[in-house]
Design a protein. Structure first.
Ligand SMILES: [Zn+2]
Length: 142
C-alpha cells in the first residue's frame, strides 16, 4: 500500500464488504455473522484497539433506529387519519430484528474504514501484519 488512503476509497470499499486498507474481498469477514481475526489479504487485524466492537454496534444501532423512525413516519403519513397501528408495529418489529443482522458485516467493514482513516496503521503494525501472513495465521485460525 503506497500513498494515503482517501476517505471516498475507504468507505466505498467498506460498503462493498471489502477491506478498507487493501481493497480485497478476502477480508476479515468469514461468513455473515463471523469474522477472521485479520484481513486474509493484507493481514491487518480488524480489532485494532480494545473496544473496537463498540463502533460497529453503535453504527448498527444508529442505522436501525434511523430506518425505524423513517418507516414509522411514512406509515403514519400514508395511513393518516386512520393510523394503521398493527401493520406499522409489525413492520417495525421485523425491521428491528432483521436489519441489524442484515447489515452486521457491513457495519464492521465501514467502521474498519473509519478506523484506518482516523489512525492509519504505522510501519510496525504493517510489519506485524505481513509477518502474520507469512506465518500462515489463516491456516491456524479456528
Ligand atoms: Zn486487507
Amino acid at each position: 500500500m503506497s500513498g494515503t488512503l482517501r476517505p471516498k476509497t475507504a468507505f466505498w470499499r467498506g460498503l462493498r464488504l471489502r477491506c478498507a486498507w487493501c481493497g480485497s474481498r478476502r477480508t476479515f469477514i468469514r461468513h455473515w455473522l463471523g469474522k477472521y481475526p485479520r484481513c486474509r489479504t493484507c493481514g491487518l487485524e480488524w480489532r485494532r484497539e480494545e473496544g473496537f466492537e463498540l463502533g460497529p454496534v453503535a453504527l448498527n444501532t444508529v442505522i436501525t433506529f434511523f430506518c425505524l423512525t423513517v418507516g414509522m413516519a411514512i406509515g403514519f403519513v400514508v395511513s393518516y387519519p386512520d393510523i394503521a397501528v398493527w401493520p406499522i408495529l409489525l413492520s417495525c418489529i421485523a425491521v428491528a430484528v432483521l436489519l441489524p443482522i442484515l447489515i452486521y458485516p457491513l457495519t464492521f467493514t465501514l467502521w474498519f474504514a473509519f478506523d484506518v482513516l482516523a489512525h492509519p496503521p504505522d510501519a510496525a503494525e504493517l510489519a506485524e501484519a505481513r509477518a502474520a501472513l507469512a506465518a500462515g495465521w489463516e491456516h491456524k485460525a479456528p
